[in-house]
Ligand binder design. Structure first.
Ligand code: AMP
Length: 387
């Protein structure tokens, strides 16, 4: 079964064509600057597709140039916000598209773009089965004590202000692979998954389900990330508001200028590690703050799951930065966690154990693959509908 996976942003469209049975990528690409240009006519400097429909024409042309004639079985969309309704991937129809659109206020940068991608496909290939795979869905199992903010109830009932969690597709995929690596049925997997990319979140898994996660109402809460601050005292925002900062100023500062970038001047973990090793004090502080925050979460989530059976690292930093993993692990001595220096330093694309035999629980590195998870979920939904 060939599935086109679409990750539609406001001005970009990322795609992959996947052979689900083989687990392989046949072709992939990225269309950028959507709606920023003049579609190629005139002499404007920026050339980009006019809209998502035109971007999809480019994707179609690129796929056919690369692969010749082929029959796509379905399209799987990464959709950021599924709100409280969507706990699983769903087959898209007009009602579902409108439901995703109604969630726009909760994810104003992402859901409108996801809907544009869905509508472009619906227009071009009206008969094509489309499936929405939500970033929030895996966290629909959070118990109320984990998703409630301690604020007046109307904020939840009137505005939907609660913790939703994100990166769910990755956390679920990595949970399944980690359980398999440990030879455990996924229902028996209790553990902590640290997805550390430019965006980063950590999830507490009990019985294979998400029971807490560090991102909240938006992806800003929780860990120190590439350019996001993660947790801070909300009074800082009030203070800045009174000092004349606009909501947009505050939003930009917290989402784009903070995190590693705010602390070390660079949001790339490789550069921050190199700078710290070369003696840069700001970079060293950035690593200390970032690893300490994560270690605190891991300790808390060890409690949340009633004793983790494994700690799992994934995504760009989690999979590749042995230095950062070591910094986190050295703060987890109280949990009896012990990395094996040699195994930790090894480079590999395979899921693997990087702790010593004496470590109280195994520490794993499990590469994530969100597109693969979306393609598999899409194929499963389409097959179940046709069954
Ligand atoms: P992601 O968002 O999952 O693509 O992850 C991006 C982050 O992973 C950036 O901070 C990169 O610096 C980091 N990263 C990618 N490759 C490496 C590497 N080989 N060593 C250290 N960090 C890496």
């Amino acid at each position: 079964m060939l599935v086109l996976v679409i990750n539609s942003g406001s001005s970009s469209l990322k795609y992959q064509v996947r052979d689900v049975a083989a687990g392989s990528v046949l072709t992939e690409g990225l269309i950028e600057k959507i709606g920023m240009g003049n579609g190629g006519d005139g002499d404007g400097e920026i050339v980009g597709p006019r809209d998502h429909a035109e971007a999809l024409e480019q994707v179609d042309a690129a796929i056919h140039q690369e692969l010749g004639d082929l029959e796509l079985a379905a399209v799987g969309h990464r959709v950021v916000h599924g709100g409280e309704r969507f706990a699983e991937p769903v087959l898209i129809d007009n009602e579902i598209t409108r439901a995703i659109e109604r969630l726009n206020p909760l994810a104003p940068l992402h859901n409108p773009a996801n809907v544009l991608g869905i509508r472009a496909i619906t227009k071009k290939w009206p008969e094509m089965p489309q499936v929405a795979v939500f970033d929030t869905a895996f966290h629909r199992t959070l118990p109320e004590h984990a998703w409630r903010y301690a604020v007046p109830g109307e904020l939840y009932t009137d505005h939907g202000i609660r913790r939703y969690g994100f990166h769910g597709t990755s956390h679920e995929y990595v949970t399944r692979r980690a359980a398999a690596l440990l030879d455990l049925p996924v229902e028996e997997f209790d553990g902590v998954i640290a997805h550390l990319g430019n965006g980063a979140s950590v999830t507490a898994i009990r019985g294979g389900h998400s029971v807490d996660t560090s991102m909240g109402f938006t992806p800003l809460e929780g860990l120190v990330m590439g350019t996001r601050s993660g947790d801070l005292d909300p009074s800082i925002l009030v203070f800045l508001g009174r000092a004349g900062w606009t909501p947009e100023d505050i939003d930009t500062m917290l989402n784009r200028e903070s995190g590693l970038k705010g602390l070390a001047g660079n949001n790339d973990m490789r550069s921050v590690v190199e700078a710290a090793e070369a003696g840069d004090a700001k970079a060293a502080t950035a690593l200390a703050v970032t690893s300490y925050r994560l270690a605190k979460y891991i300790g808390g989530y060890h409690v949340a799951v009633g004793g983790a059976k494994a700690l799992v690292f994934t995504a760009g930093i989690g999979e590749n930065s042995h230095q950062f993993r070591a910094l986190v692990a050295e703060k987890l001595g109280a949990l009896g966690i012990q990395l094996h220096a040699g195994l930790n330093a090894e480079r590999s694309k395979e899921p693997r154990v990087i702790s010593t035999l004496q470590s109280a629980i195994p520490v794993l590195v499990v590469p994530t693959d969100e597109e693969r998870a979306i393609a598999e979920a899409t194929a499963a939904v389409v097959s179940s509908v046709h069954a």
